[in-house]
Design a binder for this molecule. Structure first.
Ligand SMILES: [Zn+2]
Length: 74
């Protein structure tokens, strides 16, 4: 069964796995709740992705190895 997202009119599968039904996503749910405006700047900013691209491969390796050591501590 499919319903239309009230915010963007996209088809949404109505099933237990559709966490945000009848919305297609958390974003549309927040828009409907009027809570999106405050977060829009943060989430729509492409800065995060370019930051990752600007990292040195060595920095990424270091970050990954830190994560792994954290992981094994738990
Ligand atoms: Zn939507």
């Amino acid at each position: 069964m499919k319903v239309k997202c009230p915010t963007c009119q996209q088809d949404v599968e109505w099933s237990p796995s559709s966490e945000y039904r009848p919305f297609c996503s958390k974003k549309c749910q927040l828009i409907d709740l009027g809570e999106w405006a405050g977060e829009e700047k943060v989430i729509s900013s492409p800065a995060q992705e370019s930051d990752i691209n600007n990292l040195d491969p060595e920095d990424i390796e270091a970050m990954l190895s830190e994560q792994h050591s954290d992981f094994f501590k738990h």
